[in-house]
Design a protein around this ligand. Structure first.
Ligand SMILES: *Cc1c(COP(=O)(O)O)cnc(C)c1O
Length: 457
């Protein structure tokens, strides 16, 4: 360091914290946060003296901005502008307003989570969604746990622990990085006996030699990919018959969990929960936060005996859901009593079924808004997808706003905004897809884009 070294002008952290403008901040910012912010600002000034604050007020602003950054929660709301309606990395299903209101009513106070208001005696948290689930799916009984993976573990552990179960080689699939059917099954204490081949499995492949030989048959819904060509599989109904003849359970991992047919909207090929329950599996498992459009949950639909055996497995305690999940799931399920209302008010369904014309209008309006503020952009026709392991080959005709400028730098700016906007890069442009933006939040989306792209610290 020479005598003219600008780094000499960097104040010590202790001195900076004593500056009146910064001391005043301790009224609203915790001291530990201010100290860390001051340390980072001075370190930065030392390593890059050209950007050094010029006076007391500039130092105070730099420390305040750094303190704001340090206090940002790690989990933050953002806009999913990827065009993928159910994006697992971006939190899957946005909740219906009714579910958000139910969470709000239930969150701050006490509730009858495990209390029977009729008798004044202890009740069970598992009663809350059961009746509604049975009404909507035709199942005899239902149990809600933490997620579909937990539901699969619980079903296998309860009904087949220590025994062999049959599953088709074509169904030993990966759902996402941390969920591989064979691994989850092994962790549940069962031994997998693979049957058939990758592309073809017939009913005769499910061999059961003698009583007590096999404890269960597992069928996994191929929800996130499709196989075509020379393929065959045993139907759910055939497997249910086979399981019944041998008096063993058929466990069906149904996954994405559609409650309502979307065929009128051009989304065909995915059965509803009511359809698959009718086929006769002993237990059907599905997620709460995929096509159902509710909170993260694992829904188990099944016979009275199978569900009550699962409910009394001590492992259920480890997978139990909290009162907020129950509140949100009940409110979401209640919307399905009126299917037209569900399509309107469950954001996942509304987004998946939105017409290309409505998306085009929204893209036009957003582009007009951005252009009026000097942001070069245009609208483009695109294709979206449902995501979340559902309707894997459905390509949804959609519309996006394409931003001008260097795609990588625009993508980064959007991601670093106050409310981040996660777009997608295609053809060297950043696209803001409207398909995956809940209806009614376009004005906030425009604000978020404008903020992210404006010049500020
Ligand atoms: C998504 C999915 C799961 C995992 O569900 P989570 O609720 O994320 O645990 C399991 N099986 C199938 C077939 C799925 O599609």
């Amino acid at each position: 360091m020479t005598s003219s070294d600008p780094r000499r002008a960097v104040p010590a952290v202790g001195a900076l914290l004593e500056a009146p403008l910064i001391r005043a901040m301790t009224a609203t910012i915790p001291r530990t946060v201010l100290a860390e912010a001051a340390r980072r600002v001075t370190d930065r000034a030392r390593s890059d003296p050209r950007g050094m604050p010029s006076d007391d007020s500039a130092w105070a602003s730099a420390v305040a901005a750094e303190a704001d950054r340090l206090q940002l929660p790690t989990l933050r709301p953002l806009f999913n502008a990827t065009g993928v309606v159910l994006h697992t990395n971006l939190g899957r299903a946005p909740l219906p307003a009714a579910a958000v209101a139910a969470i709000q009513r239930t969150a701050a106070g006490a509730c009858n989570l495990e209390f029977d208001l009729g008798t004044g005696a202890r009740g069970s948290r598992y009663t809350h969604c059961a009746a509604l689930l049975c009404e909507l799916t035709g199942a005899e009984d239902a149990l809600v746990v933490n997620n579909c993976a937990a539901a699969l573990v619980l079903a296998l552990h309860t009904l087949a622990r220590g025994c062999r179960v049959l599953v088709s080689r074509g169904e030993l699939i990966e759902i996402g990085g941390s969920f591989r059917v064979p691994d989850i099954m092994a962790q549940s204490g069962v031994t997998i006996q693979e049957v058939g081949t990758t592309n073809r499995t017939h009913l005769d492949d499910y061999e059961i030699a003698s009583a007590g030989d096999i404890a269960a048959i597992v069928k996994v819904h191929r929800s996130n990919f499709e196989m075509s060509g020379f393929v065959a599989e045993a139907t759910l109904r055939d497997l249910a018959g086979l399981a019944q003849r041998h008096d063993i359970p058929l466990i069906h991992d149904f996954g994405s969990g559609l409650l309502l047919s979307l065929e009128p909207f051009g989304l065909a090929g995915e059965p509803t929960a009511r359809d698959v329950v009718r086929e006769g599996a002993t237990i059907t498992l599905m997620s709460g936060d995929k096509l159902l459009g509710g909170p993260q949950a694992g829904i188990m639909l099944g016979t009275r005996t199978a569900i009550s055996t699962c409910r009394s497995n001590p492992l259920t305690r480890a997978f139990r859901v909290d009162r907020l999940t129950i509140a949100a799931l009940s409110a979401t399920l209640a919307l399905y009593r009126d299917p037209a209302r569900a399509v309107r008010e469950v954001p996942t369904l509304a987004m998946a079924t939105a017409s290309p014309t409505s998306l085009r209008d929204r893209a036009d309006a957003l582009a007009t808004r951005l252009a009026a503020r000097g942001i070069p952009c245009s609208t483009v026709a695109t294709t979206g997808s449902v995501g979340g392991g559902a309707f894997p080959s459905a390509r949804l005709p959609s519309w996006a706003v394409a931003l001008g400028g260097d795609a990588n730098s625009m993508e980064r700016k959007l991601r670093h905004g106050r409310t981040p906007v996660i777009g997608r890069i295609a053809g060297e442009r950043v696209l803001i897809e409207l398909r995956s933006i809940p209806v009614g939040s376009d004005a906030e989306l425009a604000d978020a884009v404008l903020y992210a792209l404006s010049e500020h610290d």
